[in-house]
Design a protein around this ligand. Structure first.
Ligand code: 26A
Length: 356
């Protein structure tokens, strides 16, 4: 039987090149990187990819924020329930990413760019429990909106009920993101957006604001929420105020409330809703708004690294919502997968699968 995914994720497929916390700090210093950040590589960062391979012990792992989330959603759904769209090169890196997706039940719907375009990469510099991400998008930013109209991709999109767009995709892909989100929203489907990194709210605010009206579920962390507040003149607002402000921004599909989920690493997750109701993946009228969900703590000595933990939270949450679970249950699944990811090297989950 042909696959008929109910979830479609869109983002930048990347191969992560991880440098351990033992060797990370020297590269943070050399390339003037913050210990916990995600940036696009500038000219001064470009040598980092060859530098770490030549001068550090590196681990290669499948990455790309939305692709990680796709694998997490797939973890809690039957195989082939999740498809992932993004642009890669015609190379070994792309084959590695496709094979990881296949093993984990994700249908890859890549646009493949001809040589010399290469699949994108992310240098992941670890230190303590922080991770600094330096990305060169390469083929990922060559994504063409026309890819969405190809018969097999169009049919995936047509069949899906949940769409997850990586905020990172907005650096180059706003046209495609809008096309997907507008159509989904008009059809009463659910659109999920991840804020991805502070620099998206800072430097791609126009794109973010164009997309937000079509977003039903917005996911971000505390520094991304703060960057949004800063960029929107709400600099003094508390996290709870930022969450509720984002929830009530104008919405194209007014029949469904917007839910905003803000994670804070090991601290509590906040969930705000534009209008609490009795529908499953929403706050109930009797809930506090925002509602505070404590995070089960992973012992310090069990943390391998935090790369991808936020994506695994988001994907686990999304997969649970797509299963029809309640908001409380979906947040719990997200927390479990985020925690599970912290116990693995890179944006990975535990196999054989653990029931969550
Ligand atoms: C456009 N940028 C900067 C990016 C990324 C990215 N994924 C898409 N676009 N920068 C880092 N990542 C991915 O984020 C994951 C951790 O959340 C990394 O590949 C890493 O797996």
């Amino acid at each position: 039987m042909a696959a008929s995914p109910i979830v479609v994720c869109i983002g930048n497929p990347l191969l992560d090149i991880q440098v351990s916390a033992a060797q990370g700090p020297q590269f943070l210093e050399k390339y003037e990187l913050k210990s916990n950040d995600a940036i696009l590589a500038e000219d001064k960062h470009m040598p980092i990819y060859e530098d770490v391979v030549a001068n550090a012990e590196v681990t290669y792992v499948a990455g790309g924020a939305a692709q990680n989330a796709a694998r997490a959603a797939s973890y809690v759904l039957p195989a082939q329930s999740v498809a992932y769209i993004g642009s890669v090169g015609d190379d070994e890196l792309a084959k590695t990413l496709a094979s990881v997706n296949e093993t984990e039940g994700v249908v890859s719907a890549y646009e493949v760019q001809p040589a010399p375009a290469k699949t994108g990469a992310c240098a992941v510099i670890l230190s303590n429990h922080d991770r600094s991400l330096v990305t060169t998008l390469r083929a990922a930013e060559m994504f063409h909106p026309a890819h969405l109209a190809k018969a097999e991709v169009a049919s995936l999109i047509h069949g899906a009920k949940y769409f997850y767009i990586g905020g990172f995709f907005l650096t180059h892909g706003i046209e495609s993101a809008l096309e997907v989100a507008k159509a989904a929203s008009a059809a009463g489907k659910t659109v999920v957006l991840n804020l991805s990194a502070p620099f998206i709210a800072q430097f791609f605010k126009v794109q973010l604001e164009e997309l937000l009206p079509h977003v039903d579920i917005l996911i971000g962390n505390e520094s991304e929420a703060a960057a949004y507040a800063e960029a929107s003149g709400l600099g003094q607002a508390t996290l709870a105020e930022i969450a509720t402000t984002l929830a009530v921004l104008p919405k194209s599909n007014a029949s469904r409330p917007r839910v905003v989920v803000i994670t804070q690493g090991a601290d509590s997750t906040l969930v705000a809703s534009s209008s609490p109701s009795t529908s499953a993946a929403n706050l109930k009228p009797e809930d506090a708004n925002p509602k505070v969900y404590p995070v089960p703590k992973l012992a310090d000595d069990k943390i391998i690294d935090t790369n991808g933990a936020g994506d695994m939270f988001a994907g686990g949450f999304l997969g649970a919502v797509a299963q029809g679970k309640t908001l409380d249950e979906a947040i719990e699944v997200g927390h479990k997968l985020g925690q599970m990811c912290c116990g693995q090297i890179g944006p990975k989950l535990a196999f054989p699968k653990v029931n969550v």
